[in-house]
Design a protein around this ligand. Sequence first.
Ligand SMILES: [Zn+2]
Length: 1024
Amino acid sequence: MMKRPTFAFGLFLATLPIASFAQSAPTPANRDSGASAPVDLSAAKPGRDPNQPIDSAYTAKIKEYTTEPFFLSPLVDYLPASKTVPTPKAVLGDIAGAPTKLPYSKEVYEYMRALAKASPRVKVYSIGTTEEGREMIAVAVASEELIAKLDENKAKLAKLADPRAINMDDKVAEEIAASAAPVYYITGTIHSPEAGAPTALMELAYRLAVDESPYIRNIRDNLITLITPIVEVDGRDRVVDVFNWKMKHPGQTVPPLIYWGKYVAHDNNRDAMGMTLKLTQNVLNTYVDWKAQVIHDLHESVPFLYDNTIGDGPFNAWIDPLLTNEWQMIGWNNVQEMTRFGMPGVFAHGTFDTWSPGYLMFIAATHNGISRLYETFGNGGTAETVERTLSPSETERTWYRQNPPLPRVKWSLRNNNNYEQTGLLVSLSYFANNKRQFLENFYQKSKRSVTKAKVEGPAAYVLPADDRRPGAQAELLNVLRKQAVEISRATAPFTVTASSHASARHGARPAADSATKADTATTTTTRTFPAGSYVVRMDQPYSRIADALLDYQYWSPNDPQKNPYDDTGWTFPEGFNVQAVRVTDVKVLDAPMERVTGEIRSPGGVTGTGTVFAINHNADNALVTLRYRLAKADFQVAEESFEAAGKRFARGSFVVKGVPQADLDKAAKELGVPVVALPAAPNVKMHAARAARVAILHTWLGTQTEGWWRQAFDQLSIPFAYISTQDVAKNPNLNAKYDVILFPPTSGNGTAIIQGMPMWRNPVPWKNTPETPNISTLAQTDDMRPGLGWQGLENLESFVAKGGVLVGVTNTAEFAVQFGLTNGVTANTAKSNSVVGSLLRTKLVDETSPIVYGVSDSLAVYSDDGGSFSVSSTRGGRGGFGGGSGNGRATGRGTADDPDVTQGRQADPKFEAPPRATVQPWQAAPITDDQLRSPINIIPPDQRPRVLLRFADQKELLVSGLLDGGSDIAQRPVVVDVPMQKGHVVLFANNPLWRGETIGSYALVFNTMLNWDNLNAGRKLDEK
Ligand SMILES: [Zn+2]
């Protein structure tokens, strides 16, 4: 799960140390499968029981495919034999981890189902489907007795998971913990090129089901192992396609796996906050439904086994401290046991910080369980055995890695499978032996999540009924629902006290929050919330995830961790631009309220009667859905606010005609859009809001970040064409097909966008063919290598010049700037690591622009790295004059604002320059008469960049996350509309559509689409 997966291939050789190799040390013959002398299974030593028959052909293959004896352990150096239960070979044709085979999902499932058919110790459950309709499964393995009473056991675990069910009675909990079996949930291959887990998990399930050694029986008798062998099923079948293609085309360049899931690749392991992907929802539902204690997620990008469970600081601030102790216990036991087996390169800690709750495993951490993660060593999507040379950083001895990985190694898929299975079996054994303690901890963590409301607080978050964005509010509440959080709704108004200290921020704005400077002094105010307000109580078992998502994050610039692994801030109410008031007053828990069940929808529909309909613009996403759903209706946009039917409608509101009231009412009800019928259209300046023909443009270099855009568009039912830079290169008349081309962030810089991949060697196809049937038809090419090219750039330029709108975001905005599509704009980079995935405050600069219709001031936007723009009224961007604050003076007499005085010269006002205008960092310096004498580089007023949104002043810039300094970010333009002949290039320094976490910024893009041919509305041109 490396942030940027890298694989080191190098060339130097080192002598392999001689490790102690435990040769299947047999345990004393104190076993039997049945009822003879009682055996203390918990004391069982790892390894084969001498009476355990082995599958000798399979065992021989294990040894053949393992490249060094010390890459085996006594737990996996043999395969137990069974007369009735098939081994993985039955489906694979060879053993698990063979160098020629990566199984497809259907083969893995076929095996698991065969196992379940043959063994009463195995059951297979379907847990949902993927975006492309492939099945996800969970396989339970335990003793016959445990399997027979799964429901009874689950009922016990449910009481520990929700201590309210036993009135928080510790005695009852202790009794349950003494008798219940915990559930240990293992998830494989979420990252498709980390391809080894499915075969390891097939074999692991087999071992757990058939091995009669005391060590395995102890696991089987005491806990339920639950396995989802493939998390990213769509990507799995594609990576197998590509591997098989590689086998059939030796020596050729293999297509990089540009698509994993339908929408995102590596980021599928960043969705445990927003819960937008099916795989996240399915795993969470399984975890919650089974009342599991652990999620253990398998990855393969670090040699040889990195148990990153403990990781490094800073730890997430919302989890129970008990969990961080459990990480230490399990992690160190894991390292110790495998080091004892003589397996090199097993370590814990490392540099992974445990701050963001976005990782799949963190579903357990935020739901009172234990998150775990392995990185083992993989060969990057192939089953082949490969000579690998590791980097010094991977092989140096450190305090937490006393037996580091070997600098040079021949590495096989079987080695990887050995490490994965050994680590898992060691962990399962430890968990089985300490199950009572872990179950008691599980109960304690669940209980403290319930008592949190009255202990550390807050007591609740309240989402007021009068929020101006009920649609976005419903979207936020539905994220919480997917997180299994209970939501209530006030049945009457209620009043609580609020302290300004804890809630002076925008999204958590109490009634009297003007006292923002009261950092230390806490002033107490009261606030009354209307009936219908939503209440997220913190006295519930899953309060921690709600708190983690709704609260603010602060990452200190002085934190010893200098390389945050992922986003540092995510405050959902800010990202969604809705209010969620953090209430510490426990009186809130007594407010009259009832639990909300089912999906939450904002109220919508038509009120009144008439043939003209007004819809207020509040930047809710449903507005754009409605516009596309009623594609034939006449939608006009008001360029000023207006009053009608006793209501105020904001600038940008819709005035709709040409649709039957019943049709509009039905759509508006479904989408949660309030509509007011009017007898006549209001008297206000309007322009048409056409349903633009939109294309989302991708490169063949990287599709992940734009995948979140496609996902949002699909979820909102916004039609779009999906085109590649190669399609643009082939089409000189893009205007015939599209009005707006969105170019979301991609991989590589501007030059890479133009050039694509190097053209040497063979064409690299990405195509649905009989050889690669799982490559979807969503996007295909015979050769991934060519980029946009100069012809493509020309076609894009012509598209804009003729009236089209191009949207560039972060690195594609830089591309547009770099290649001359945006007169008068430069792109700024902030100091490295001053912002790492933070939410930053913005200010509206020109609220008359259609792009910011309905968007409130002080919107929080997602910034990956603090990038921004500067603008100028001269070609070539901001340079030479007017830079910075634009009014600094040279060294001289007087104060900073005084003029200098030349000594010995007659002072005469007629020689003094006229006063220079103060130019703010978001503004262009005005053009002077002197510059106009040679106007060649002066941009005509109607072609100058128009700044719509800028970053806030430095002192209020940070919303959530890390901000180190920020003087090179504050006040600079964030969203800029750049006219180019008849069209526009709209530039974003923020990413407005990010991981389903920035709902509040979506409108900036949707407004651009609906007003694409009227973006100049409200614009005031410079005089000269
Ligand atoms: Zn990974």
